[in-house]
Design a protein around this ligand. Structure first.
Ligand code: PGA
Length: 261
């Protein structure tokens, strides 16, 4: 079962997630982080940036792999995840740019981009801690419903629902690419620790399906139930459709301190 932490707000979630990442980096200075884009992880990156700078944490050897990328956006497009990761993660956290990779969405090399990315993750020794958001469709990364639980990094077609959700970053929904390249669910499950964050009522159904629903390709987030160390950090609204909230609170308030997050 995933550990479920129900917090007051996004700031508290970000502080908790940052605490887990700081502890990881302190014990492993060349830790490999799995990086998510989207609105959800922003308070985590904000809290982490403050801790890194206030506490002088050395992150020069930290490495990172983004979850996904759009196919076909020009290299410098401000909404390509390469640009977003540079702007929202690498810069604020002062990571070493050459140590952070994003799957390539360049159509010229797209046939081999998935296997190249898998090889790079393997060569880095695998992801230590994977930050995840979850889409209203239940997707993790861009693994839309129907994605194989064993899938590896590959090209996917976005659902119209996800394209509409992401239209806020583009001039119109038509400008959101049709295709993406995403780590597969199998790739994500190889990370040593999964940390899934979600906020707001719009995510409540996806969270309930992921945490308490049947493990199924129909709700890709449910794959976290197959992982031995998955932490779900959510606010009250995102938790509102969970059945076992009282138990999650009980377990968290009685958690042995030595276990950490
Ligand atoms: P969001 O996206 O963080 O912008 O809500 C999450 C996702 O689509 O995985």
């Amino acid at each position: 079962m995933a550990e479920v932490l129900i917090v007051r707000d996004e700031e508290e979630a970000g502080a908790l997630a940052a605490e887990a990442i700081v502890n990881l980096i302190r014990s492993k200075p060349d830790a490999v982080l799995g990086l998510a884009t989207g609105s959800t992880p922003l308070t985590t990156y904000g809290a982490l940036a403050r801790r890194i700078h206030d506490e002088g944490i050395d992150v020069r050897r930290v490495r990172g792999f983004a979850l996904d990328e759009y196919v076909g956006l020009s290299a410098g497009h401000p909404e390509s995840y390469r640009s977003v990761i540079a702007r929202e993660v690498v810069g604020p956290l002062s990571l070493t740019p050459e140590h952070v990779r994003v799957p390539s969405g360049d159509p010229a090399t797209i046939r081999t981009a998935g296997s190249d990315y898998e090889a790079a993750i393997d060569a880095a020794g695998g992801v230590d801690l994977q930050i995840l958001g979850i889409g209203r469709t239940g997707h993790i990364g861009f693994n839309e419903p129907g994605s194989s639980l064993a899938s590896l990094t590959r090209v996917k077609t976005l659902t119209e629902s996800t394209r509409r959700d992401n239209a806020r970053f583009f001039e119109s929904a038509c400008d959101v690419p049709m295709h993406c390249i995403t780590q597969g669910i199998g790739t994500i499950l190889r990370a040593r620790h999964l940390m899934l964050l979600a906020f707001g009522h719009a995510k409540a159904d996806a969270v309930a399906a992921a945490v308490e629903g049947a493990v199924s390709t129909s709700s890709p987030g449910s794959a976290i139930q197959l992982h031995p160390h998955a932490t779900v950090i959510i606010d009250e609204a995102a938790a509102s459709k969970l059945e076992f909230i009282a138990y999650y609170r009980h377990a968290w308030s009685n958690k042995p301190e030595w276990q950490g997050i």
